[in-house]
Design a protein around this ligand. Structure first.
Ligand SMILES: NC(=O)c1ccc[n+]([C@@H]2O[C@H](COP(=O)([O-])OP(=O)(O)OC[C@H]3O[C@@H](n4cnc5c(N)ncnc54)[C@H](OP(=O)(O)O)[C@@H]3O)[C@@H](O)[C@H]2O)c1
Length: 351
């Protein structure tokens, strides 16, 4: 079996996940964010043909139905059973009130034309109001000043309880994304089903060793989004990770691309990267190499704690607060239109 399709086990998987081969995630996945609607079906088809066996999707990506076409075309042609491909999706913030969770999940299942997901993640902490004409579709509702409309009538632990009710029928595993260590610890206090997986921004420049160690020690498998750092155009097409001299030197040593080193580094650490590409599908799949323990140590030395994705102001929730000082938090509170009183309730200030 190719290393890319070997699975990293989920120590916390519900026993029922084994029935559909969902109790572990392929070491290399394929990210679906920013795949253009018009070509998404062909790209997903090509990715499955190239050998990827994990598709990482989300309602907010707006292309689930198109990606699904590529999956179904490939499955029909090859006769591969559903259990061959691991499919992840994510619950958007306006479907996080407990009574709406199943509507968000149903919408995604309808778009995919599937009976179940292998993994369903809370996309980000915090809850937004449902928005106008709510039908389970993702929205970022805003007030007349353009500030995001938070919903404080429920908390993530309530969303989690509603997700637990969907296991195993519609979701074989449930998990979290963009959670900090303290947010995970809070969730674990009330969770009856422990998260199988944590998906966060992880790459050579943002290694988050403490978070990874904590999650893994709690039996939570870790998946790396944006494994090439700032390379996607939303982050400004910042190529500093793949241009890093250490990464480039290792690419030369192992006769692969710098992108291959960025992915192989994560895989060597038992973390599952989910790179996205429209045009280097096979190239990235074939770029994985076996790094030595010394190579891994060298790359660990390159970490800069540099994060490219922080939507705090856009979504009205201060993400990653564990790593922010009070001044940053206060600036973000103001930019998100959050009241100081509410910020106090959420323990954002005066830490
Ligand atoms: N949970 C979350 O909140 C969250 C947040 C962000 C991302 N994600 C997931 O993680 C996936 C990956 O993250 P991402 O899309 O942010 O970033 P990424 O995979 O690190 O980088 C994507 C960018 O790299 C370029 N690229 C890929 N392979 C390349 C190569 N061999 N040579 C040169 N350029 C290359 C792509 O361009 P081309 O397409 O032109 O090749 C694209 O611009 C997403 O698709 C999504 O599924 C999740």
């Amino acid at each position: 079996m190719a290393i890319q399709t070997e699975r990293i086990p989920f120590p916390n998987a519900p026993a029922t996940a084994a029935d559909t081969n969902s109790a572990g995630i392929p070491k290399l996945g394929f990210g679906l964010w920013n795949l253009p609607k018009e070509s998404a079906a062909d790209i997903v088809y090509e990715a499955l043909k190239a050998g990827y066996r994990h598709l990482d999707s989300a309602a907010i990506y707006g292309n689930e139905a198109e990606c699904a076409q590529g999956y179904h075309r490939w499955a029909k042609e090859t006769g591969a059973p559903r259990s061959e491909v691991f499919i992840t999706s994510k619950l958007w913030l306006n479907s996080k009130k407990p009574e709406n969770v199943v509507r968000g999940l149903n919408k995604t299942l309808e778009s995919w034309g599937l009976e179940y997901l292998d993994l369903y993640l809370i996309h980000w902490p915090g809850i937004l109001q449902t928005g106008d004409n709510y039908d389970g579709s993702p929205q970022v509702p805003t007030d007349d000043k353009g500030f995001p409309l938070r919903d404080y009538s429920a908390e993530d632990k309530d969303t989690w309880a509603a997700l637990e009710a969907q296991v195993p029928v519609k979701a074989r595993n449930i998990g979290i994304s963009n959670y900090t260590k303290s947010e995970i610890a809070d969730l674990l206090k009330t969770a009856k089903i422990r998260p199988s997986s944590l998906q966060v921004e992880l790459h050579v420049y943002n290694q988050q060793p403490e978070l990874v160690k904590y999650a893994q020690s709690e039996g939570i498998q870790v998946t790396a989004y944006s494994p090439f750092g700032g390379l996607n155009h939303i982050y400004g097409s910042n190529a500093e990770v793949v241009n890093d001299p250490t990464v480039k030197a290792l690419a030369q040593k192992h006769s692969t691309t710098p992108h291959g080193i960025a992915l192989s580094f994560l895989i060597a650490k038992n973390i599952a990267p989910i790179p996205k590409t429209v045009s280097r599908v096979k190239e990235n799949f074939d770029s994985i190499v076996a790094l030595t323990a010394d190579d891994v140590k060298t790359l660990e030395g390159v970490n800069k704690n540099k994060r490219y994705n922080d939507c705090s102001e856009m979504l009205g929730y201060i993400f990653f607060k564990d790593e922010k000082d009070n001044t940053t938090i206060l600036t973000q509170i103001a930019k998100a239109g959050l009241s100081r009183a509410q910020a106090k309730v959420e323990h954002l200030v005066g830490k």
